[in-house]
Write a protein that binds this ligand. Structure first.
Ligand code: IMP
Ligand code: MG
Length: 188
């Protein structure tokens, strides 16, 4: 895997070119805004934040540190893309919840809602434990492709249906550690 990173706004990975899309600074500002809304709307409650692994781990860590109300955390691990850029269309549970969901306010944290399959799958898992409430926060939403039958309550950025990487989002399991988000560039 080559990672040419000249001006920091263009990266080439295995011959695919990516350009800077959401800078570290923009993400930081938006994460603070989302957290501020959650802090206000959950005042007096003790929600459980459930991160969907692996993609959400960086967003999750940044978001949770802006949360000022009492809260707990847990994680679900779902399988997603495998090693490709297109979804397999199959979601599997790789790690179940360890917390007691019944009667609790649940906030699920996702990196990106694409087809919506993962979030639908997660909803089934959480709802069968009878939470007091369930809301979803996603950093990115590909609205034009997402076929989700329930509202996504907190959305960082609505983006076009393009492949994006960085800030937790992978390309064949790599580049999750990039600090900004990059979008795939058309082949020239
Ligand atoms: P969905 O089930 O199609 O909504 O896809 C959700 C999961 O696929 C996300 O949690 C990501 O892990 C992964 N995914 C979707 N779009 C992208 C992308 O553009 N880049 C990297 N991963 C993605
Ligand atoms: Mg994910």
């Amino acid at each position: 895997m080559t990672r040419s990173n000249g001006m920091n706004d263009e990266i080439t990975i295995n011959g695919d070119r990516f350009t800077l899309y959401l800078s570290e600074e923009r993400i930081k500002i938006r994460v603070k805004e989302l957290a501020a809304r959650i802090n206000a709307e959950y005042r007096g409650k003790v929600p459980i934040f459930i991160g969907i692994l692996n993609g959400s781990f960086i967003f999750f860590a940044d978001l949770i540190r802006e949360i000022t109300i009492d809260c707990e955390v847990d994680f679900l691990k779902l399988s997603s893309y495998g090693d490709a850029k297109i979804t397999s269309g199959q979601v599997r549970l790789l790690k179940d919840l360890n917390c007691q969901v019944t009667g609790r306010d649940i906030i699920v944290v996702e990196d990106v809602v694409d087809s919506g399959l993962s979030i639908e799958f997660m909803k089934e898992i959480v709802m069968k434990e009878n939470p007091a409430s369930l809301r979803v926060v996603t950093l990115l939403l590909k609205k034009s492709v997402a076929k989700v039958e329930f509202p996504i309550d907190y959305v960082g950025f609505e983006i076009p249906p393009e492949f994006v990487i960085g800030y937790g989002l992978d390309y064949a399991q790599k580049v999750r550690n990039l600090k900004a988000i990059y979008r795939i560039a058309p082949k020239s």
